[in-house]
Design a protein around this ligand. Structure first.
Ligand code: FRU
Length: 494
């Protein structure tokens, strides 16, 4: 962050200038993570959608690369995914020089090859590790007849048991995920639809079908990730998931919520307002899916007062499943998703200078002092509240609190700096998390203009943007209505 860019994050990917939204084509190859993303090369608002490109070896520090695929007169390049075609199934590379193959959405601006306003899935490939891209001659490779409207966001993975590629896409306004298969990434056959369960909201976007390891076992279970906008748990954009079975043709959700269930009864990947369009990194090492999401919400993203850039990515997360629920809604031990900071960034982030405090707080608040004044920090907190206490930590006006009676964790950004740019910039977000042995553990990644609050024991996370007033670097712990004990470790990131 500098005087002219007070809200520029330290530990999160941002474009140096201009607009960014969804991550696209996340892929790991030979020690390098590639992030492509929805990017406007020409301005700080959504438009001229192209794929920007950055690379990293640790998922925290990013190097800008040239724009990978730019909008043309005839099409914008909407979201999609990339795989490294090591077996040269596409014939676009060779076994010695495998192609990176991108499946992306062509959003047509002209009347050819499909009517203006149509969307269809197209392929492109790179033979130089993602630097330059060629579009496939036979595009689009998947469209819908008679009308290919709001049909987008292809995510491709290798389906090992069937030895073929599987692609999920969505008809956004119909709330239908469409699943396809291919042997060569270029010719696709329809397999099945997934619809009729979970939160419907306005649009369904960015579907992904993946296998997630079940903690404490050698098993993996199928999960469908799905972004919805509006209609998320925190208002506006949000991400839900389903667990179930995939037999190579059909995904069957188990115990899925019904569309008319209250919002809290659906399963949510994140309970904050700013985690959307997340997708996993193809080929990521480590055996656990690594999920990378846009830290934004369509309700107000286009009004965020940051300049000359708009948009940031959340810290990459590792996903596992455990028996139980990520909130205290009792749903009989249905497998629930646990999000934790992925191993690679966790290692990088926890190497900062550390400060510790042990505190017994009575009614009132205590400043944490200089050690906790840094703009970017990783905080590990252990909180033991009395039964009537509402206790927590306040960082630059942002309040992270736990109400013991109801078991509710809240992130309140209403007094944390600038919020008047949109009346949809919702003030606070909540999730119910039980205490374990009377304690609540939190891992908080605080950056210049965002917070990601992980409750490791329940697996829940709240991701929120906020725009603090500088030079406010106040940090304190507080407890109201009863006593609370705190133990904290803070690590400075910059
Ligand atoms: C999700 C999304 C996608 C689309 C892209 C356009 O945020 O709306 O469905 O492909 O953004 O930028």
């Amino acid at each position: 962050p500098s005087a002219s860019e007070p809200w520029r994050p330290a530990a999160h990917l941002t474009p140096s200038k201009n607009w960014m939204n969804d991550p696209n084509g996340l892929v790991y190859e030979d020690g390098t993570y590639h992030a492509f993303y929805q990017y406007n090369p020409k301005g700080n608002d959504w438009g001229n959608m192209s794929w920007g490109h950055s690379t990293s070896t640790d998922l925290v520090h990013w190097v800008k690369e040239p724009v990978a695929m730019e909008a043309t007169e005839t099409e914008e390049i909407f979201s999609g995914s990339i795989v490294v075609d090591t077996g040269n199934t596409s014939g676009l590379g060779s076994k010695d020089q495998p192609a990176m193959v991108a499946l992306y959405t062509s959003a047509y601006k002209d009347n050819a090859p499909l009517p203006k306003g149509s969307q269809a899935q197209s392929a492109a490939y790179s033979l130089d590790h993602g630097r330059t891209w060629k579009k496939y001659q036979g595009n689009p490779v998947v469209d819908l007849q008679p009308s290919s409207q709001n049909f987008r966001d292809p995510k491709v993975t290798w389906y090992e048991p069937g030895q073929y590629w599987v692609m999920t896409t969505v008809v956004a306004d119909d709330h239908v995920v469409k699943i396809y298969k291919s042997k060569d990434l270029l010719h696709w056959d329809f397999l099945s639809d997934f619809s009729g369960v979970g939160a419907q909201g306005g649009l369904w976007e960015m579907p992904e079908l993946l296998e997630v390891p079940v903690e404490g076992t050698n098993e993996r279970r199928w999960v469908m990730l799905l972004s919805i906008n509006p209609g998320g748990i925190a208002g506006g954009s949000g991400m839900q998931y389903f667990t179930g079975e995939f037999d190579g043709v059909t995904f069957r959700a188990e115990g899925a919520s019904s569309p008319d269930a209250p919002l809290e009864d659906h399963q949510w990947v994140d309970y904050g307002a700013d985690f959307y369009a997340a997708t996993t990194i193809s080929g990521a090492p480590g055996g656990k899916p690594v999920l990378f999401g846009w830290m934004g919400n369509w309700d107000y993203a286009q009004k965020m007062p940051t300049t000359p850039w708009r948009g940031a990515m959340a810290i990459p997360r590792e996903l596992t499943l455990y028996a139980g629920s990520s909130s205290s809604n009792d749903d009989g031990g249905k497998p629930a998703l646990r999000s934790s900071i992925a191993a690679v960034p966790a290692g990088v982030l926890s190497s900062g200078a550390s400060a510790e405090r042990q505190l017994i707080g009575a009614d009132g608040s205590k400043p944490l002092g200089e050690d906790f004044s840094s703009r970017s920090q990783l905080l590990d907190v252990e909180l033991t509240p009395d039964g009537d206490a509402e206790a927590g930590i306040e960082l630059r006006g942002l309040k992270i609190s736990y109400q013991a009676q109801s078991g509710t964790l809240t992130v309140d950004r209403s007094a944390a700096g600038t919020s008047n740019f949109s009346d949809k910039f919702s003030p606070y977000h909540q999730v119910r998390v039980p205490l374990v042995d009377g304690k609540l553990k939190l891992r908080i990644l605080l950056d210049t203009s965002s917070v990601e609050v992980f409750a490791p024991e329940s697996g829940a996370v709240i991701t929120d943007l906020f725009l603090p007033d500088w030079p406010n670097t106040d940090a304190s712990v507080f407890s109201e209505g009863g006593k609370a004990e705190f133990s904290l470790t803070g690590r400075k990131l910059s």
